[in-house]
Design a protein around this ligand. Structure first.
Ligand SMILES: CC(C)(COP(=O)(O)OP(=O)(O)OC[C@H]1O[C@@H](n2cnc3c(N)ncnc32)[C@H](O)[C@@H]1OP(=O)(O)O)[C@@H](O)C(=O)NCCC(=O)NCCS
Length: 470
């Protein structure tokens, strides 16, 4: 064990204030999410103090010109607590792989609901506390989210003014940003709350925002597509996803409800360097409140190389079916892949900036498809499966992408489509509901640890040449 010399200041204010101890629906022995996060503050501050005092000048690698020109790939230069992405083995959440979380996190059935998949509430708890919740704790968090899930009137009015043909992601980020009118963090900051206590109001805002995202999404869905429940009723006996799925008109689809539980749980966090997570962290580092930070993250998620890819995959797959038939042969798929590549386009759903193996999130969604009889006859799901075998050799032969394997988007939208949720433009909004359960916990860690404003150094090409001549 390393010996610890911890500055006393680092441990200050770890106690949980009284309002944070007031749990909503739980047994006396069950911690509320606020108490559970409060309990890890001293340990996290100890770790940070140790790293700062003993290792601040230890090298983690070198920065070369390739990093500067190549989007900073591989540079270890950001703290991110919730998850780590290994290029070979994929994502782990506080050390737990996706199969691990599928084994240990409380499922819908564990809290007395229909369904086998883990609850996003359980994943949120894990990401915030580094601990596996009990079923009671997951249920209490679910109730807490239900209680906070209703939108203020002013926000509904704002959403209702958006033109129908404004992309749902633009509406989503604008609505999330506008929620900052009621930010507890912004209010606490303006009242001069101590820096060591910033994490508490950040946590409150984060829980509040995560609770409201499904209602914002379903209001947009109703306005844009005329589908679902425009009044966003929240049933206290349902979990977050069952309520959301009901709001968008699929409350009787057990398969879709369970799929969305899995989808939202595993899309939540993918370490800190991806565009949406990094954006939330960057904007949050200016002490912008969680609504502003996450609204910005959603704008990054809306890009086609990031979250919009699931919409792109489905569009591409349907084009393929239109061109060569619903159940194409492998040779026809290969020809179509080459025509895409030769036209200079990317094959959506394939490749990854970090992973060099098939994405374990894809594997989990594939496993879900295998387990559901109702998906067996879906031609689009069959195509997803065929593509995952046929596309990697083609991409290898093409020789450009460093990772020829499927990423999560290769399956995610296609399964939604098979369940009848066929409004492509809504797919990234669903991803946006999920990414909050990873990006916002990190904002809580950022404030718990008092991380500084992010400010890397940029350099011009002239300055680079000047450095190289030295
Ligand atoms: C995810 C992605 C953006 C990662 O980008 P990256 O880190 O730059 O990937 P690479 O280093 O492997 O890229 C090297 C080259 O291969 C190309 N490439 C990467 N993935 C490709 C794909 N799926 N199809 C065709 N070409 C691809 C890149 O465009 C790049 O070409 P360039 O040198 O002409 O610019 C990229 O793989 C991609 O565009 N995939 C398709 C979109 C997608 O599925 N996004 C969701 C990601 S979860």
């Amino acid at each position: 064990m390393l010996s610890l010399t911890i500055p006393r200041a680092a441990l200050r204010s770890a106690a949980v204030p009284r309002q944070f101890a007031a749990a909503s629906v739980r047994n006396a022995s069950t911690k509320s999410i606020y108490e559970a996060v409060g309990a890890i503050v001293p340990e996290k501050r100890e770790q940070l103090a140790k790293l700062k005092s003993d290792y601040a000048s230890t090298k983690l690698g070198e920065v070369n010109v390739g990093h500067v020109l190549g989007g900073m790939r591989g540079l270890k230069c950001m703290l991110w607590e919730g998850s780590v992405l290994d290029s070979e083995s994929g994502i782990t959440f506080h050390g737990k792989s996706i199969p691990d979380t599928q084994k240990v996190l409380p499922t819908a059935a564990d809290v007395g609901h229909k369904g086998k998949e883990m609850l996003p509430e359980s994943m949120l708890w894990l990401l915030l506390t580094a601990k596996v919740p009990t079923a009671d704790e997951a249920k209490a968090l679910s109730s807490e989210l239900n209680q906070r899930g209703t939108l203020p009137d002013y926000l509904n009015k704002i959403i209702d003014t958006f033109p129908k043909d404004l992309h749902p992601m633009t509406q989503f980020s604008a609505a999330v940003t506008a929620l900052n009118m009621n930010s507890k963090f912004a209010a606490a900051y303006s009242q001069g709350v101590k820096k060591t206590e910033y994490w508490q109001s950040t946590l409150e805002d984060s829980i509040d925002l995560i609770a409201k995202l499904p209602a914002i999404a379903s209001r947009i869905y109703y306005n844009v597509f005329g589908l679902g429940d425009g009044v966003q009723k929240i049933d206290p006996n349902m979990d977050l996803i069952e309520n959301f799925t009901t709001q968008i008109g699929f409350g009787d689809s057990e398969g879709l409800i369970d799929y969305l539980r899995l989808y939202i749980a595993i899309h939540g966090d993918h370490e800190g360097g991806n565009v949406s997570a990094h954006t939330a962290h960057l904007v949050g580092s200016s002490l912008a409140d969680p609504y502003l930070a996450y609204g910005a993250a959603l704008n990054g998620l809306a890009g086609p190389l990031h979250g919009l890819a699931n919409q792109e995959v489905l569009g591409w797959s349907l084009e393929l079916q239109k061109a060569v038939g619903e159940s194409p042969s492998d040779d026809q798929i290969v020809d179509y892949l080459w025509s895409t590549l030769k036209s200079g386009r990317v094959v959506p759903g394939y490749g990854h900036a970090v992973l060099r193996q098939p994405d374990p999130r894809f594997t989990a969604l594939y496993g879900f498809c295998e387990s559901r009889p109702e998906l067996k006859n879906s031609s689009i799901v069959q195509l997803v499966k065929r593509l995952s075998k046929v596309a990697p050799p083609v991409l290898k032969e093409h020789g450009k992408t460093k990772n020829p394997f499927p990423n999560v988007d290769a399956a995610s939208g296609c399964v939604l489509y098979s369940y009848g949720l066929d409004q492509f433009k809504f797919y990234t909004v669903i991803f946006g509901i999920s990414r909050a359960i990873g990006a916002l916990p990190q904002l809580v860690f950022d404030r718990m640890l008092g991380l500084p404003i992010e400010r890397p150094k940029s350099i011009s090409m002239d300055a680079l040449f000047a450095e190289l001549k030295k």
